[in-house]
Design a protein around this ligand. Sequence first.
Ligand code: OXD
Ligand code: MN
Length: 650
Amino acid sequence: MAKTPKFANAKVFDWVDKWNKVCTPDKIVVVKGTKKEHLDICEMMVKNGQFIKLNAKKRPECYLARSHESDVARVEGRTFICSKREIDAGPTNHWMDPEVMKPLMLKSYKGCMKGRTMYVIPYAMGPIGNPITQYGIEVTDSPYVVVNMNIMTRTGEEVLKHLGKDGDFIPCIHSVGAPLKKGQKDVAWPCAKNIEDKFITQFPEERQIWSFGSGYGGNALLGKKCFALRIASKMAKDQGWMAEHMLILTLTSPEKKQYHVTAAFPSACGKTNLAMMLPKLKGWKLQTIGDDIAWLKPGEDGRLYAINPENGFFGVAPGTSNDSNPNALKSCKKGTIFTNVVLTPDGDIWWEDMGVDAPKEGVDWKGNPCYRCVDDRRRMGTKPGMTKAEVKASGYVAAHKKSRFTAPAENCPVLDKAGFNGLYNKKPTGVPIDAILFGGRRPSTIPLVNEAKSWSHGVFLGSAAGSEVTAAVISDQIGQVRRDPMAMLPFFGYNVCDYFQHWLEMERTSPDASKLPKIYFVNWFRKTADGKFMWPGFGDNSRVLKWICQRIEGKVQAQVTPIGNLPLAKDIDLSNNEGKAGFTVDPEMLAKILTVDIEGWKQEIRTIGESYDEYDAKASKGSKVLSKTARRVPKALRDVLASLSSALGK
Ligand code: OXD
Ligand code: MN
């Protein structure tokens, strides 16, 4: 067994020592967080066949990893909230009693790091020393996790120094679950192959994270979804702040006034695209603070101040192109780790919908050869001479649909450096948020933008967020809305109904509720009956952001409707970035996406009510006190629903 290293902080020592004894690694390395150490680990992985070094001229300090086929994404079915009482995990989470889960997982952890190195990663979620920042210690046997954590969080000695002798942190343990026998050669992507052997477990009361069996993304980089959303959401509830699945951006008007906006959209609705968008409007500038997670704390003045707890972007590669998001592409020009994308013959990478020609031949995410289609330069198939139709029919993609880039935020050409470092007016307060956006993919009913009439109305709109189910998800539910409240469905660390209540409490407990951000619901995805998008999206969304800023300033009137305040068509700026008329949108189309679809909304109200009923019905499960018909969805949200219903009529 390896000797546990010394740590000034006794709690850090105890955590590492405990897992050293259980997992029995060959060696322990405490991550220093230097660039040299990072590159040394990457090179070691190249030697071990776990990384491919990319062409240093094209992509300096970049590497490609290929995961095992059983380990390609977050595994929601194996993600558990282990609160003491089932009811505290709520109706949206998988729950297991900690008294059952711990012994079960301890069995798996026993000897699981034999033949491997145990890395101790001290990390910060947020700029070190910022009052909103929190700290973690991740113990892991995966060098892939170490180098990804180096990009996604601030790691190393600075963190240990900051923790001092008794600083608090979130203890995390992770293992790929693949011990090595003496002399056994490692595989390219070690993990537990059976889904039942994977566990992504949060203990919200103890504030601990235990992960076993997966080496991928949010299952293994424990600072991200496990800490910054699931555990942090529970901390935030207990301590009066908010941990949200939101991007943060800074918008500067031609008059040089700055606005800070957060936005929560379900996965695959363009959060990273909006976070780095190039505005189409003359004189407007957009900068990025974060693309996935925001922590918001009330200031004494009543405003909510936010930081991005992360340090990089863990972006979905396919679809990221010079058209959809040139700044994301630029962010992965150096120091980036790619996972499950195509390797080109010149040592570069490619993926579907990258907006550039595929190489004539390459190596796909499974390590097999792939070839450019004969009739489409932007598609690849498994054999030379294949047509696009043949490839489409086979369902083949050369880069995995959930392939990723892990890119340092500092590479982003439009990074708001001060905001990213948690500074506002040079003070480490985080940035004051002016507007909160919710959204989803809604081909019908939901208007382009809708301003909440009040904070509780905004909470109601957020609680009803979601996307319409597409063929790719569940075929017998096509057309139905999969509700994803506040885009947090897979990330609540506690009961969703209590989470709604916490949002409502933020107003009640605010020192000045009039200073809370205004709340909007946006929808870039309305479609015509024949399936065409009614709004161009991407850079043209700046037109909506401008309207929102003008509303914040009280510069424009709105149509006051039962569902909220909608823009007057004349107030959506349609000029191009030279400031002249140029952008054309069919006026009829624009009118349609700025009008209340009464019949659609009646249906909407019914299904929102059904989602609340479902939460209520399931929320009583595991309670000794609540009956089956108990109401746990806050009354304030039911009241908004009821008044909307009566305003729209039967
Ligand atoms: C993500 C997600 O990986 O939201 O960021 O799924
Ligand atoms: Mn996300």
